[in-house]
Design a binder for this molecule. Structure first.
Ligand SMILES: Cc1cc2nc3c(=O)[nH]c(=O)nc-3n(C[C@H](O)[C@H](O)[C@H](O)COP(=O)(O)OP(=O)(O)OC[C@H]3O[C@@H](n4cnc5c(N)ncnc54)[C@H](O)[C@@H]3O)c2cc1C
Length: 430
């Protein structure tokens, strides 16, 4: 099959936005309103919290500054990883074996939650199993293999199989990688379809979602109040579910969760030409600190992501940036036309552990997934809802994870992060 010689110009409109028709706009917040629980942010975290609370008869309103799924949830790589963001070795060192086991179980529960959300609310988000971890350094191959053995031995997780260099090359047509593993319990999906599905389910359960409702100010108190341009919402509890996108509203969250930008492009449907780069339906994520991730879409495109920038202003056209990284991995596709190229902002923390805290007794947050929210955000939203209803075991476990504030306060934290990330990006290339 040949690729159209005149593809439409790359735009900021994501592939997901092109294949998922947007629902009609929801009304902004108007005047003074009340709810039991007010949620800031209509991504996977906020919407799953809203769904779980509304199902229990709690009155919930969600305030979204743009549209449902406008944040990272509607524009990410769609990769559903296994486990928490930090691996079990690191968790055992940080919180001890018993809590590390609970965190592992929580992440496996997150997979079960995802399956049950898709089934019970008929959310068709094109889930496909299989995630390859590709090692870009020889020294990582043994580590990766030993980790797979550890998961089987200590965590009864036998779904990760090693791939030697030739086996990996048969699946991923590049000589960039020295080996890796394939995880049959992980996979990939269309994250915007999942986010739209969760919004529909939350509304069907009774939650109210406002779009174009940017929270400008949070007034703390016995009943905190969220102020937008057109209204004010008071609630018993506020949930801040804004990942890396909060600005000027809650300094504690903003000091701990830093926004960074990441970029993705998709080709046109490639037909048989997709086999020139990927011969299986599995997604791929590599061992770089600034990770490359890619996968086939249901309609046979290559979706390729990679390349971080440390500004909240996305370049007007991100395709040259993505192309540079894609050409590193797949020189045979260096000139492949893109149909869509877009960027998004995600929240990272200093330790890459999520920031789950009660910033006040009645203001809770879960943010800073550091690039692993597709699996975890729906679960952490559920855990926020549990905390609101007085069940605190899983919330407290997450709140114990060490997540210091970024040094340097509001002004200096960005240059310090940029210096740190540039160092790790340099190490990727050595
Ligand atoms: C390009 C990219 C690729 C990624 N790839 C992957 C991947 O493959 N796998 C993976 O697991 N994770 C990935 N991630 C990370 C993942 O998308 C996030 O961890 C996850 O979506 C976070 O969900 P959330 O609901 O917490 O935040 P978001 O989806 O970002 O939602 C937060 C919402 O809050 C709203 N908001 C912010 N401030 C305000 C305000 N003041 N008032 C009202 N609303 C406000 C925003 O508009 C936004 O819609 C990626 C992220 C990006 C950007």
């Amino acid at each position: 099959m040949s690729i159209s010689p005149n593809p439409p110009p790359p735009s900021d409109r994501s592939y997901y936005a092109a294949v998922n028709p947007a629902p009609p706009p929801r009304p902004a917040l108007d005047g003074a309103q009340r709810a039991d629980v007010a949620i800031v942010g209509a991504g996977l975290t906020g919407l799953s919290a809203a769904l779980r609370l509304a199902e229990q008869g709690v009155s919930v309103r969600v305030l979204e500054q743009a549209r449902v799924g406008w944040g990272a949830s509607g524009r990410n790589g769609g990769q559903v990883h296994t486990g928490q963001r930090r691996d079990q070795d690191e968790l055992e060192r940080t919180v001890g074996k018993a809590d590390a086991r609970k965190l592992w179980d929580m992440a496996e529960d997150a997979k079960a939650l995802l399956r049950s959300l898709m089934q019970s609310h008929q959310i068709d988000c094109a889930y496909e199993p299989g995630l390859i971890h590709a090692d870009h350094k020889q020294s990582f191959v043994e580590e990766n293999r030993a980790y797979a053995e550890k998961l089987a031995r200590d965590y009864d997780y036998g779904l990760v199989a090693p791939l030697d260099r030739d086996e990996l090359r048969a699946l991923v047509k590049t000589d960039q990688y020295f080996g890796g593993t394939i995880d049959r319990g992980a996979g990939h999906l269309d994250p915007l379809a999942l986010t739209y599905g969760l919004a529909r389910a939350a509304e069907a359960a009774g939650a109210v979602i406002h779009e174009g409702a940017r929270v400008r100010r949070l007034r703390h108190g016995a009943r905190p109040v969220l102020e937008t341009d057109g209204g004010a919402l008071s609630a018993d509890t506020v949930l801040i579910c804004t990942d890396g996108l909060l600005e000027g509203v809650e300094p504690t969250v903003e000091r701990h969760v830093m926004p960074i930008a990441n970029h993705i492009a998709t080709t046109a449907p490639l037909g048989d030409r997709l086999q020139e780069v990927l011969t299986s339906r599995a997604a791929v994520s590599d061992s770089r600190f600034v990770v490359y991730y890619f996968r086939p879409t249901p309609d046979g495109r290559l979706l390729f992501g990679g390349g971080e920038t440390y500004s909240t202003k996305l370049p007007r056209d991100v395709s040259p940036l993505v192309r540079r990284h894609l050409a590193n991995v797949f020189p045979q596709f260096a000139d492949i036309p893109f149909e869509h190229a877009w960027g998004g902002i995600l929240g990272v923390t200093q330790t890459r552990q999520p920031f789950v805290r009660a910033v006040r007794p009645n203001v809770l947050t879960a943010a800073g997934y550091s690039g692993q929210g597709v699996l975890l955000a729906p679960m952490f939203g559920t855990i926020l809802a549990e905390a609101v209803k007085g069940r605190l075991d899983r919330f407290d476990l997450l709140a114990k994870l060490p997540v210091p504030a970024f040094p340097g306060g509001t002004w200096l934290r960005k240059p310090i992060l940029v210096a740190a990330m540039s160092y790790f990006a340099l190490r990727d290339r050595l």
